[in-house]
Write a protein that binds this ligand. Structure first.
Ligand SMILES: *Cc1c(COP(=O)(O)O)cnc(C)c1O
Length: 330
């Protein structure tokens, strides 16, 4: 078998750490003099956080008064202030101290003194859309609420918000998705490059006569003699069933031997079926086809599946072998 994959692996996810670093540098240059962080939640967006996490002594982000008080107790236990970042809500109504909680905290100097507060942050709800009035409203609420707290560095923007321009950069931006090559912002191109290639194997090539169907519920019928590649990734691997072709709807595309080819029939648990009739050249069992890559952006698969690229990335299953390339020091 080529490519040295274990026989039970669905395929290969290649993560170019040099590209992650280049993306970080591009974003850091864009937002200077603000600093640029790196968000690695959800196991670095499904790509593997361990090779990306260099930092020790990281400060936890405290997102409620209860968390603040628990962490402050830790400070009393160790006898010194403990490093912390504080998340305050500015209108997303997800995590973060409410306005009332910020006020309550501001009235507890002994709790504040227990924290070595390094950052006050909040998160935007609608930053992918530059015309959304939520953005300015949240920014104003953030400024009002953080004014009640000690004057520490502030952070509001993630991958999309940093594209809203300098008024949203504050001291630090917190990109996640953009580091991994994602285009979160709808108002223009984020200056980052693809990081991830997702590939799966051709298990078989079948020949169909006109009139024969492919897959469950026989949703796709060959209009001409056809060649179908059976590829080793399905919805159990994160290839959404919504990528299926149905009557009147083309399936999403993949790249086979450098050529675009449509998914036909239903995506099944472990397999997709791809019409390779028009792909030129000899195709071989074991060959890798590309599901996500430079010509097949994460967002395109998100749209085709009725979701967003973030969900596509973080759902890529554990049966893909993850291989990290590059990655010298920044
Ligand atoms: C996920 C998240 C980020 C990063 O978001 P991206 O859109 O991936 O850049 C930043 N801040 C908070 C609070 C988050 O939850």
């Amino acid at each position: 078998m080529p490519h040295n994959l274990p026989p039970d692996a669905t395929g290969l996810i290649t993560i170019d750490l040099d590209a992650v670093q280049a993306n970080w540098r591009a974003l850091a240059a864009l937002v200077a003099p603000a600093a640029c962080g790196a968000v690695v939640k959800a196991d670095a967006y499904g790509l593997g956080a361990a090779p990306l996490l260099l930092a020790a002594g990281v400060a936890p982000v405290l997102s409620s008064l209860a968390e603040v008080e628990e962490w402050a107790c830790e400070a009393f236990r160790v006898g010194r202030a403990v490093p912390a970042a504080l998340q305050i809500d500015s209108g997303l109504n997800r995590l973060g101290l409410s306005a009332a909680e910020v006020k309550a905290l501001a009235a507890k100097p002994e709790v504040l003194a227990a924290l070595d507060l390094r950052l006050v942050m909040s998160h935007l709800a609608c930053a992918d859309d530059p015309s959304d009035p939520h953005n300015a409203k949240q920014r104003a609420a953030f400024n009002r609420r953080r004014a009640m707290l000690p004057p520490v560095p502030a952070s509001l923007a993630a991958s999309d918000g940093l594209m809203l321009g300098p008024p949203y950069h504050f001291d630090l931006v917190r990109p996640g998705y953009a580091l991994y090559g994602g285009q979160a912002f709808r108002g223009g191109a984020t200056p980052v490059s693809p990081v991830v290639t997702v590939q799966a194997r051709i298990l078989q090539i079948r020949t169909l006569k006109a009139g024969e169907s492919v897959g469950y519920s026989a949703t796709w019928v060959a209009k001409r003699p056809s060649r179908i590649a059976i590829v080793s990734a399905g919805y159990a691997d994160g290839m959404a069933r919504a990528l299926s072709a149905a009557s009147g709807k083309k399936g999403a595309s993949v790249m086979v031997a450098g050529q675009r080819a449509p998914i036909v029939g239903r995506v099944s648990m472990d397999l997709i079926t791809v019409d390779v009739t028009d792909v030129t050249g000899e195709l071989r069992r074991g060959e890798l086809v590309t599901l996500i890559g430079p010509e097949l952006p994460i967002e395109a698969m998100g749209r085709a599946a009725g979701t967003i690229g973030y969900e596509v990335l973080t759902r890529l299953g554990p049966r893909f072998v993850r291989r990290h390339t590059g990655g010298g020091r920044i």
